[in-house]
Design a protein around this ligand. Structure first.
Ligand code: DUC
Ligand code: ZN
Ligand code: ZN
Length: 478
């Protein structure tokens, strides 16, 4: 019997802390040997002249998520294809809660859907109604199942929390050892401004950005951090779109507060002007927070280089553009308020960041690996199984041709949506092979993986997100 099931030979292996040429030996889905040369009588992959990176870990994806009516269009099967096409091998997605409902009731359905895919996964539990029953009885059961992150929204009618409700989530998370992730935008300010815009007849997609300018995000980011600091609970601020919100994170980090910032490729490639395309076309770029002015891109890069923003996720949330199920579910002349927010980006995330970041010299290859794989895995408690190339880790690898040039098209994305907001963008650097737990699941854009092979990634307690133990007084009040 061969000592290895697979050997990846001769690639430049990027670990996030340096790049060295060596072979990787895989057995039973895990990395079991790293050496200058490994002999095998079994299968091998020739990676000479290519980069070998840990598979991407995308900790912010909306996949087959239950909605008030039905589920999101992207299934775990189509999402798996898209992820593998773009070099990603693990995701953390969402289980929603609606006001008046519980959380456990949704778990079996979400789990059954995810298991049908090919992509390893975990979930964030969205909390929209933190009743005593949910927080004291149901969340401990989810934690026992290995779900250790709670997601809260400070905006959106259906899910937003008051400050008191947010504090209740924070203190529950502190008690149970969970991370809290936060969508930071001011609910009342957005609703108030939206009303005024609509009354003035300013209804086109571009006014989405006008309804939620950076100050609205900055205020909520400040508040989210201040309240988390108040009760000493670590948080991650999701999808930071602008420097003024990131500055709030930087100031808190400088005080020692455990707050992390995530950004997404849309905030370094798209702009609010994209939503000003003719007719309904602008809806293709509509997400929240909104893409900002082009000058914001350089500021986001600065925040990435400073380490203030240390995770780049996709916030993949795919709606079709044609037909009447996705962006046009309320009609092609819907006012901006009634067009669903979200853009597809699962496959585009790594190529865009590699090209705009590494190929253009804005970040190093080590930075890229940490931002897209190592850091998200560590923050979400998926490390050391995911996010690194090390003995004992799952053999999840993305093999890159750093010189390959591609023009992004929707066909390359392999997602369910009928468009990509990145259509026509030129990238340098492309994943030519994706390996998931030792199995080649994508080669030259062709995805071959058996449906139903996804694995749930249970997350046990981990010290990285432990509270600091810094409170204004001895009263925790949970
Ligand atoms: N914003 C979100 O908060 N969630 C999904 C998509 C989006 O644009
Ligand atoms: Zn969000
Ligand atoms: Zn999201």
């Amino acid at each position: 019997m061969a000592e290895f099931d697979l050997v990846v030979r001769g690639g430049e292996v990027a670990t996030g802390f340096g790049t060295t040429r060596y072979d990787i030996g895989v057995k039973s889905g895990r990395i079991v040997a790293l050496a200058e040369t490994l002999e095998t009588s079994g299968a091998s992959v020739d990676a000479h002249g290519l980069l070998v990176l840990p598979g991407g870990v995308d900790t912010h994806c909306h996949i087959e998520e239950a909605q008030p009516k039905g589920v999101a269009e992207e299934s775990f099967v189509t999402a798996s294809r898209s992820a593998f096409a773009g070099g990603t091998t693990s995701v953390v997605c969402f289980i929603p809660q609606w006001k008046g409902g519980g959380v456990l009731e949704r778990h079996a359905d979400a789990e059954a859907r995810a298991r049908k895919g090919m992509l390893d996964y975990s979930f964030h539990q969205i909390i929209a109604d933190p009743t005593d029953e949910v927080m004291e009885k149901e969340i401990p059961q989810l934690v026992a199942k290995g779900i250790r992150s709670l997601k809260v929204f400070l905006t959106y009618d259906a899910v937003h929390l008051s400050d008191a409700q947010y504090l209740k989530v924070l203190t529950t998370a502190r008690r149970l050892g969970c991370l809290v992730t936060v969508h930071c935008e001011n609910y009342d300010a957005i609703n108030w401004r939206t009303q005024k815009l609509l009354e003035a007849g300013m209804t086109a997609p571009k006014y989405h950005a006008w309804s939620r300018p950076p100050v609205v995000e900055r205020e909520a980011t400040h508040r989210a951090i201040a309240l988390a600091e108040f009760v000493d609970q670590p948080i991650q601020v999701f999808h930071v779109s602008c420097a003024e919100a990131a500055e709030e994170i930087a100031r808190a980090q400088a005080r020692g507060v455990k707050v992390w910032g995530e950004t997404c490729p849309q905030y370094i490639t798209l702009t609010a002007d994209d939503m000003d395309r003719p007719g309904f076309e602008g809806a293709k770029f509509m997400c929240s927070p909104s893409p900002r002015g082009a000058d914001e891109h350089a500021r986001i890069w600065d925040m990435i280089r400073r380490g203030v923003l240390d995770v780049v996720s996709s916030d993949h949330c795919a709606f079709s553009f044609g037909g009447d199920k996705g962006k046009a579910q309320n009609g092609r002349d819907a006012v901006f308020r009634d067009i669903p927010n979200g853009i597809p980006g699962l496959a585009a995330r790594l190529p865009l960041l590699f090209s705009e970041g590494v190929s253009k010299g804005r970040i190093t290859l080590d930075d890229f690996v940490r931002l897209t794989s190592t850091n998200p895995a560590r923050l979400m408690g998926l490390a050391p199984r995911k996010g690194s190339i090390a003995v004992g880790a799952d053999a999840d690898l993305a093999i890159w041709d750093p010189k390959a040039k591609k023009t992004l098209t929707n066909a390359l994305m392999q997602h369910v949506a009928d468009y990509t907001p990145y259509e026509g963008m030129e990238v340098t650097g492309w994943p030519v092979m994706t390996i998931r737990r030792g199995e080649v699941v994508m080669r030259d854009g062709v995805v071959q993986a058996e449906e139903g092979t996804a694995q749930f990634l249970p997350r046990g307690p981990y010290s990285f997100i432990a509270p600091r133990g810094v409170l204004a007084n001895d009263f925790v009040g949970s």
